[in-house]
Design a protein around this ligand. Sequence first.
Ligand SMILES: Nc1ncnc2c1ncn2[C@@H]1O[C@H](COP(=O)(O)OP(=O)(O)OP(=O)(O)O)[C@@H](O)[C@H]1O
Ligand SMILES: [Mg+2]
Length: 254
Amino acid sequence: MTVIAVFNQKGGVGKTTVTAHLAATLARNGIEPLVIDLDPQAHLTAMWRQRVLPGESVLRFYQGLAPLSDLARPLPGGVHFVPSGLELSKVDAQVVRHRDHIWRLKLGLEAEMLSDSGMPILIDCSPALGPLAFSALFAADLVLVPVAADYLALHGAQLLDRTLAGLTRFRGRVPRRYLLNRYLPGQDTSEQVLAQLRQRYGDELLRSMIREQPDLARAAHSGEDLFNFAPESVAATDFSYLLDELIELGLLRI
Ligand SMILES: Nc1ncnc2c1ncn2[C@@H]1O[C@H](COP(=O)(O)OP(=O)(O)OP(=O)(O)O)[C@@H](O)[C@H]1O
Ligand SMILES: [Mg+2]
């Protein structure tokens, strides 16, 4: 089993983009993933054009009213998707009343035997550091951290390192990998960020990178799977390399 939390507390770095297209790449390769939108902003839910009525989002699972498998909907490409909605913000708002929320996802995945199903599970985390994000980090076998190649990337990485160090006290060191996103080969800022990330994270920085690609934003707006939208694109190639590397490193078991 592999539970991957796509996490970075810095906003807009590509968490949702990476989750969506890594999921599409898995499905394209005949591996149907379970994808959970754990962000009350519900960007992934919107990107995949899902209509979510009250009571149909992952909030119901956090309220103890439905198992994840009942909330998962099959999407045409082969992804099983648990959607989000603004109502999910209640989980982060009720932090004091429901401290146990941070273990709920881990326990739920185990209880429903989804952890052992052989189905990869991808979680699109919110940038807010609250019980939702921590529940994903507590459930994860791998924390995949997209880092956008911009001048604030390193500042964001320092804050992130502190968060993950805090997590280590509870769970030991969970494997983590950093993924450079929005990379522009040859551009000064991109190359500087890449060099700094290599120095800082060594082998924890993935060799694969996701280049800056208008196709990614366009695919998001069209609501279409990247492989239908632009099968020959640089973006499709980058995500295929990413999947290969995760499998090769034994970080994604299929
Ligand atoms: N490699 C890329 N090339 C071009 N555009 C990209 C790339 N990666 C992300 N984007 C664009 O950047 C914006 C932010 O990406 P995304 O929503 O995936 O970030 P996020 O980390 O999920 O944000 P949030 O923290 O708000 O959840 C989106 O408009 C997305 O289309
Ligand atoms: Mg997002």
